[in-house]
Design a binder for this molecule. Sequence first.
Ligand code: KG4
Ligand code: ZN
Length: 346
Amino acid sequence: ARTLTVLGLESSCDETAAAVLRRHGDGRVEVLSDIVLGQEAAHAPFGGVVPEIAARAHAEAIDGLARQALQASGLTLADMDGIAATSGPGLIGGVMAALMTAKGLALGAGKPLIAVNHLEGHALSPRLVEPLDFPWLLLLVSGGHTQLISVEDFGRYRRLGSTLDDAAGEAFDKSAKVMGLGFPGGPAVERAARTGDAHRFDLPEPLQRRAGCDFSFAGLKTAVREAWDSIPEPDDQDKADLAAAAQSAIASHLAKRTERAMAVFAEAFPHLEHPMPLVVAGGVAANSEVRAALKSAAERQGFRLIHPPSKWCTDNAAMIALAGAEHLARGETDGLDAPARARWPL
Ligand code: KG4
Ligand code: ZN
């Protein structure tokens, strides 16, 4: 197989990103450039991602970022073997920005277009770091996704669980909003929780009696709001205690459901060498209590925790270029009529 060089573009949530990646014939990959532009400051006043603001910021930034990523790689558009862009799932106005730019570049330069499922990018992301062998179990926990995916081969993904309501990151963000801790909420909750007593408030454990590996965070959010409203004049210690309780409830729920998925995965692959790989990606994976809870669950189940560096764990274009290059290597490309999709299960 020949060496393939791909420009990848991403704009499906609140990160605008462009990257150039080279995939060698033996499957090894090299990230030649990798640029991410966050929008946190634009969304902070609203305590969450505002789709219209996100779409406008992506539209303004994406063409320049594509040029910068090419420049930083030392290559030109003519050197690319294909142009990959996220075509869903995500906020549709945002998805269109990268996809339309990719279509324009592909048409103008006469290169194939690869329309990539954002979740496939996350699923393959550990390959940006090391040539990890299939299969592995992926826990994806961010502001937009909460999923457990058995990554069995290229193109073979089995969803073992997902959230019935809010994403894990939203649970952090909404708890932070209730307590006035600022946005993004995850880091703020983690900071506040450091001096808190997690046992003072008794938050309910979600889905206690429900089998399977799905998640639910809506009840926790309500419980945090009720606990907060029950404090007459909340001070810093109240904040710290409630933040600690919320963080510990989220971490423990994530670990419990992931432990079930590990059992399902282990049963599906009885001959796999131990410890088996559990890849944890997404912004919430940065939380040290979440990580500690997952690490002990992994050890109990004969798994080892793999945590890609945070730049490839959160939204980025290198993972989109990687998924694009894998499709291209298999001769799978898309027409210029590839649609932007708000929903697109893996
Ligand atoms: O993967 P990510 O950066 O992007 C999107 O979802 O677009 O995830 C962002 C989410 C936010 O909800 C944020 O509050 C959460 O990850 N997060 C954290 C931490 N850092 C970021 N949650 C808990 N603890 C953290 N340290
Ligand atoms: Zn993502």
